[in-house]
Design a protein around this ligand. Sequence first.
Ligand code: 3HC
Length: 713
Amino acid sequence: MTQNVSAQDARTAPDSNPVSWQTQDDVLLITINNPPVNALGHAVRVGLIAAIDALEADGSVVGAVLTGGGRAFVAGADITEFGKPIAEPGLNEVIDRIEGASKPVVAAVNGFALGGGLELTLGCHARIAHPKARVGFPEVHLGVIPGAGGTQRMPRLAGVEIAVELSTTGKPVSAARALSAGIVEAVDEDCVAAAVARARELAAAGEWTRVGELPSPNVPEGYFEAAEAAIVARSRGQISPLLSLEAVQGGLTLPFAEGLKLERDIFMRGLTSDQSKGLIHAFFGEREVAKIPGLDPAAKPRDVARAAVIGAGTMGGGIAMCFANAGIPVTVVEQTEEALERGLGLCRKNYENSAKKGRMTEAQVEERMALLTGTTDMQTLAEVDLVIEAVFENMGVKKDMFTRLDSICKPGCVLATNTSTLDIDEIASVTERPQDVVGMHFFSPANVMRLLENVRGAETADDVILTAMATGKRLGKVSVLVGVCDGFVGNRILHQYLRWASILLEDGCMPEQIDRVWTEFGMPMGPFAMSDLAGLDVGYRIRQEQAATRSGNERYVEIGDRVVEMGRLGQKTGGGYFDYIEGSRKPVPNAEVTALVLAESARKGIERRDFSDEEILNALTDLMTNEGAKILEEGIAMRPVDIDITYIFGYGYPAFRGGPMFRADAEGLAASLERIEAAYARTGDHAWKPSALLKQLVAEGQTFEQWSKARAA
Ligand code: 3HC
């Protein structure tokens, strides 16, 4: 017998029938089929209630198995319903019905069970997972907490520690870990068959566990204080992990029903917070940037079976590792055997370090190294489908390289450059095939950072754009498509606020104040610690080259140059703007740098003054807003969300603020423009020249998001 939710269901019948059930002899197999990830939208919740009604009504079945169709068990509540009035039945009611059923219900966790999906399994009377299943509570990444009993049932089932780990980190765990933690009771390739057998067993025994009825576990003294301190230290101002902890801790001393109420209240606190709005924007934004409007619908990505990277330095080696990690054979090209050996040696060392930390096995190290082939012979590039050039950042060198690639590579091969600033069109102009040339700008360390800034040139073909985006996805990157300009999206904005941070030094701040403001805002590092990490000598060399052509009208701060001339090149020499105590990356103010800053202000006759933290934060964020708006008006970024995602994944911008453009909207564009105009009037500096788009939006009372939506419509 196969059934679906009937349209006569008393409560607003769903349009589709995403829950179906059929008997397997004496067990009812209930399947959730709500592609792509079986989210628990309204129709699914109605369907599940109907399925439990069927279980209760059908005298021929002794129990039920609940599973998911496709690759997911259930990816959680339907996030698109967040913020809308809850259409009954709510998820708690569904889970209550399952838990309170008069017959056993066993979850066959066939794929990922996340958030409300994992909570659904906790309402079941036993859980059996497929070996590839993953379970977790990612709600914190959306600014909320598990809101359907997860913070109350998980401690009762598997203990407080795993409940706190899952609900405060948001990281899912493997089926094996879920088994050892006691979340699932078995792992089986045929989890549905195993669950059917288990349902029969429970029915025959006549008793089963209702997790909500289990007693609360004991917790070692001091546990929550230590957990809270650890969360505060790692979450950089994000509140949801602390909310999860509060719900777990609070529930331990309450009867179960009261604990559920507490959890609900805390969930709502999270959901109505600005942080949650920012995180949900980031969640959908991460997916939206993959969608490129305006391309030829018939265009398809080209096949990339074999890739090559030119240059085995830190960047080239890191990029090559990304390909090996994704199982794509990659050739690394260097000029000399020594450079090649050094580069490949570094890749091996990186892998071996990961193996030492238990992140991969020795066999995996060898598998990945086997995918990396080194050569000094450019001719071998004739066979590859995609080449990424990662050589020295100099137009002459790049042009020379692309001329050679043009003569060697087969027709249809995608010719990519990893340049972070140079004009892709000028590079493409030396080839006979500018349509095959694209920018693929990785962020350092390339094998770690998630962002890939793909740069479309004036003539880049649609299928080449799609190849760059699809390759990014295969490499596990978040790819954002941008246009050509100096620094593209990420570094162009970065340049503005780094430059202004230096001006603030001269006007009255110290590096430690600016960096503290920036990290308290949620950035992983302040502008000066970041410069120290990147190394101050590279920027110094570029500035020396630009000295002859620099406009006399542009305010130029020499503090950075003097720091380099003191032999302080950043972390690699033990110090730059800051000192770094051996073995630590923690920046410590340096007395000589403090004296230098004061001396430079005095030399220029600048009367230093105090800046409030708010003033500093406004200056840096207003510059991001203004430059971001200019990037949008020039069409360099397609949508504000592309800038947001670039900053979240490339620069560690706090996702809970949604990205610089989302935050600008939330904070109010009018106030920001007022400050920008005042700064422009005061300084006359080009960085503060108000963006025409920003002025237009303020005049029309619009946000970036509204403007973007109106253009897309
Ligand atoms: N609700 C609504 N839509 C969802 C969704 C959800 N929970 N999870 C994924 N989607 C959508 C995505 O937006 C995407 O839509 P698109 O194709 O239109 O862009 C589509 O499903 C496919 O998603 P992905 O591209 O992310 O697919 P992947 O295979 O790469 O990843 C995944 C799958 C790991 C499940 C990932 O989608 C994910 O992490 N989803 C979110 C999981 C989550 O946060 N769950 C908790 C929800 S909150 C909750 O449950 C509250 C409860 O406690 C009450």
